[in-house]
Design a protein around this ligand. Structure first.
Ligand code: HMG
Ligand code: MG
Length: 310
């Protein structure tokens, strides 16, 4: 394996970012063939070893809603939940939180929708009722000393409702922070966002009093815009980016969603910009090439393909 990009720093951008790895959760949740627990655990261990500072491990959702992650407790039982690398899990409701606490989880993420249709399809809820579901989750999780991230899905467009007004996203995002969430991850679930839209959304949130340091961006790459959108968010001062090793991913309840921004593609761009992130690109590419073998198909990441064949 070879290759590192030429480094040309842009002094107007942040000097360091945090990559929040979602491959084991968002990357695998949509896979039809069940990935064995051994492979999930190895995937997470290899991501930790490659230097990812935080790795979302799985979801404690209803097992029949996401069968691929029905083994969440088994996976978590084999992971270093008290180790130096946080291993958050998704929890939608109190039942999910109970299961996560029993398993020894220390970091959780709730996931809200900016639109009514996706709230119904993904959570069997309404936009308003989702807050009623999340309130005791955040309260109990914080009381137990857990860190709580909150996602907002469909921040840019929704396959059923079309373009999503930033005002809707700000309203949902504010409510989640007011409930006690510590970080807000803005999901472009179906990958329709473009850079100007990203800048507009971030500035509207900042204007609504949300500090840019509390924001993370979660781009899916359906229309090939994820890296351009990342650069737009970097220019706004965002320093946390979700990405999925090898570009795996999708949402089972939004059929038009494809893979997340590939962590390797993100790392390549950050390396070229001289932005620190702490990830070993070679180790990461080897991990994604191995996972592509487990899944029986090539990685969608351009950087994984380029570096695996060089
Ligand atoms: P529901 O059917 O309305 O649940 O589903 P309910 O509260 O009516 O309960 C029905 C039964 O399910 C009860 O059992 C509960 O105990 C049980 P019964 O009394 O009938 O025996 N139950 C559970 N069992 C295990 N774990 C649980 C759980 N909850 C209830 N947590 C629910 C509502 C929220 C549970 C369901 O809609 C669900 O699980 N949804 C999750 C969907 C999902 O995981 N989607 C993918 C993640 S989101 C995403 O990918 C987007 C993101 O990446 C950002 C982006 O890209 O935008 C984050
Ligand atoms: Mg996602």
């Amino acid at each position: 394996m070879t290759g590192l990009p030429m480094v040309h720093p842009d002094p107007s951008l942040p000097r360091r970012v945090t990559i929040y790895e979602v491959g084991p959760r968002d990357g695998l949740q949509n896979e039809a063939g069940l990935v064995p627990v051994d492979d999930k655990v190895e995937f997470i261990e290899r991501l930790i070893a490659a230097g990812l500072p935080i790795v979302e491990a799985t979801s404690f959702v209803h097992p029949s809603w996401v069968p691929q992650l029905a083994d969440a407790a088994e996976v978590v039982a084999r992971l270093p939940m008290d180790g130096p690398v946080p291993l958050p899990v998704l929890v939608p409701n109190e039942r999910g939180l109970d299961r996560a606490l029993e398993a020894g989880v220390r970091h959780v993420a709730i996931f809200a929708s900016a639109t009514e249709t996706f709230a119904r399809k993904n959570l069997n809820s309404t936009v308003e009722d989702q807050f009623t579901m999340f309130e005791p989750v955040v309260e109990r999780a914080r009381a137990a000393g857990l860190d709580v991230r909150a996602y907002v899905s469909m921040c840019f467009g929704d396959p059923w409702e079309g373009p999503v007004d930033p005002v809707q996203v700000v309203r949902v995002g504010r409510r989640l922070l007011d409930l006690g969430a510590t970080q807000l991850s803005l999901g472009d679930t179906i990958g329709v966002g473009t850079p100007g839209h990203v800048s507009r959304l971030v500035s509207e949130l900042v204007a609504a009093g949300v500090g840019v340091e509390r924001l993370a961006m979660h781009f899916h790459d359906t229309y090939g815009q994820a890296l351009a959108n990342t650069l737009a968010a970097l220019r706004c001062g965002v320093t946390t980016f979700d990405a999925s090793a090898g570009g795996l991913g999708g949402c089972p309840y939004a059929e038009s969603a494809t893979g997340n921004l590939a962590t390797e593609d993100l790392v390549w761009m950050l390396d070229g910009l001289g932005i620190e992130h702490g990830v070993d690109l070679d180790a990461l590419v080897r991990t994604s090439a191995w996972m592509a073998g487990v899944l029986g198909r090539q990685s969608p990441s351009a950087v994984v393909r380029a570096l695996s064949s060089s």
